[in-house]
Design a protein. Structure first.
Length: 281
């Protein structure tokens, strides 16, 4: 049977804040965060078939976006569906156009995995429920359930306990230096703050934002001088924040024009993009 190719946007995200509450007995960390979806991301094209074979190709905007196929969650997500459904005859040709930088805290890999789960479940006619897909998503990474739901959300637990949230319209300038940050390295570091007090979502929405921060920022800036440089540069033009445990820093603006104006002054050793915050895909 012949199938047409279908293309999908795999969006990025930023963490408007990230608090580390404590280390759990299983080694993970209890977190509080606010995930903001962005209207900027990678493009995934799927052409399903009945071969039982997964064929994966990727093209990138630059080498900074490249990741070996063996480390890509797209193939792992597709294999997980094959294994779960025990259907050996389902296959696909998958093409990825990569725009989201690697190790930047923008959720590119998690987003790709979630898009793959959602799309192939539909194209292969697997009929896995939302709960079954969420269970698979957690096996791939803590942020994958967020992208699977496709809504800006308040996150707790390890990031998998989600409450959809409606955020006011805003534009963001996202700046990424030429480095990739290791999440495992940051969360295992002895100097990481692990005792921030939990805050209430209602208080945050009421405007109590002055005490929010990214607990990973001091460690990342110490271990990765390029991130510290980007943060300091942005600090001279706007109020900077760091997203996730990655290398990207961002600033919030009320208009697209303001955000784009900032990027015209960007140093040559940094790259950036402007995106609108969205509540749902």
């Amino acid at each position: 049977m012949l199938y047409d190719s279908q293309s999908y946007v795999s969006p990025s995200k930023i963490n408007l804040f990230l608090h580390v509450l404590h280390r759990r007995n299983d080694g993970y960390h209890e977190l509080q965060t606010l995930f903001q979806l962005l209207n900027y991301g990678d493009e995934l094209t799927f052409k399903p078939n009945n071969s039982g074979i997964l064929e994966f190709h990727q093209t990138t905007e630059s080498q900074a976006h490249a990741l070996p196929a063996s480390q890509n969650l797209i193939v792992e997500a597709a294999q997980l569906i094959q294994k779960t459904t025990k259907r050996k005859n389902i296959g696909a040709k998958i093409d990825l156009y990569k725009r989201i930088p690697i190790g930047a805290g923008l959720g590119g890999g998690s987003s790709n995995a979630a898009t793959t789960l959602k799309v192939l479940n539909k194209l292969w006619g697997c009929n896995l429920s939302d709960q079954e897909l969420t269970t698979l998503a957690l096996k791939l990474g803590a942020d994958v359930p967020f992208f699977l739901k496709g809504e800006s959300a308040w996150g707790e637990g390890i990031g998998e306990k989600l409450k959809p949230i409606k955020l006011k319209k805003a534009w963001f300038a996202i700046i990424t230096p030429n480095c990739s940050v290791s999440t495992a390295r940051i969360f295992s570091h002895e100097n990481l703050t692990r005792n921030t007090q939990a805050i209430k979502m209602a208080d945050f929405l009421a405007g109590s934002t002055e005490n929010t921060k990214n607990d990973c920022e001091p460690v990342v800036r110490k271990l990765y001088p390029q991130v510290d440089e980007a943060f300091r540069w942005l600090e001279s033009h706007a109020e900077p924040r760091m997203t996730g445990t990655g290398s990207s820093v961002f600033a919030k603006f009320s208009s697209e024009e303001q955000a784009k104006a900032l990027l015209t002054r960007l140093p040559d050793n940094m790259r950036g993009f402007v995106a609108e915050g969205i509540n749902t895909l």
